[in-house]
Design a protein around this ligand. Sequence first.
Ligand SMILES: NC(=O)c1ccc[n+]([C@@H]2O[C@H](COP(=O)([O-])OP(=O)(O)OC[C@H]3O[C@@H](n4cnc5c(N)ncnc54)[C@H](OP(=O)(O)O)[C@@H]3O)[C@@H](O)[C@H]2O)c1
Length: 227
Amino acid sequence: MNLTLKNLNKIAVLGTGNVGQAIAKALSSKNYNVTIGTRDVSQTMAKDKPDNMGNLPISIMLKENTNINLSTFQEAIVDADLIVLAVGGSNVFSVLDLAGPIQAETVVIDITNPLDFSKGFPPSLFTDSTESLAEKIQSKYPHIKLVKSLNTMANSIMLTPDVLKDQGSNFICGNDSGAKEIVKELFVTFGWDKTSIIDLGDLSGSRGMEMILPLWIKIFQSILILK
Ligand SMILES: NC(=O)c1ccc[n+]([C@@H]2O[C@H](COP(=O)([O-])OP(=O)(O)OC[C@H]3O[C@@H](n4cnc5c(N)ncnc54)[C@H](OP(=O)(O)O)[C@@H]3O)[C@@H](O)[C@H]2O)c1
């Protein structure tokens, strides 16, 4: 069945971090059937304290949002109409391996960034300017319809753009125009103005979207320092 906004129901959000939590909460507030994927449900639920960055564990969020499910990456994608990739860039391929086969033609929104923290902060990128992480994912999984978006903004804005006075730019790109249109329509239902959604064309547009991160991090750092 071709995905439309009308038949969109089950959404798998792969990732239990800040991004996965924010996206899952927003989607669930619009009554989508949301399942978050993790490696090990009982280990994840056993974490009940903020991590060393102060991020709240998902167990707390799930207690307040009982309509959101948590399952393994593999179970989460079963019959999913839409998949959202919300894990660190360096873990994307392990997570996709754990998830197992994704149904052909599934629309996958990729929010990840190819950040390399191996030398500490600020991170560098582990990709070069000729092939983005999104392109690497699409090339390994040619049967899915990958749409890159939301990776250039804070998770507190992604599906709640009304918190901004000026929405700025929400970049999007992907090789399948139909998949992109559905994702754009979905964004509009969350308050994104059509004129703020900037379509960069095919997936090669994701190179710039990912390369913006070093600048994004510098700005973020300078705001924190100024505070
Ligand atoms: N933070 C933001 O506001 C923001 C903004 C724009 C884009 N992004 C991008 O969004 C993505 C998600 O960010 P985040 O901060 O929410 O993610 P995160 O906390 O780094 O990712 C958490 C997820 O990664 C999984 N994971 C960790 N190590 C793993 C490993 N070795 N193998 C397999 N899975 C592993 C965890 O699995 P378990 O659940 O099993 O622990 C968890 O589901 C990143 O690519 C980030 O660059 C973030």
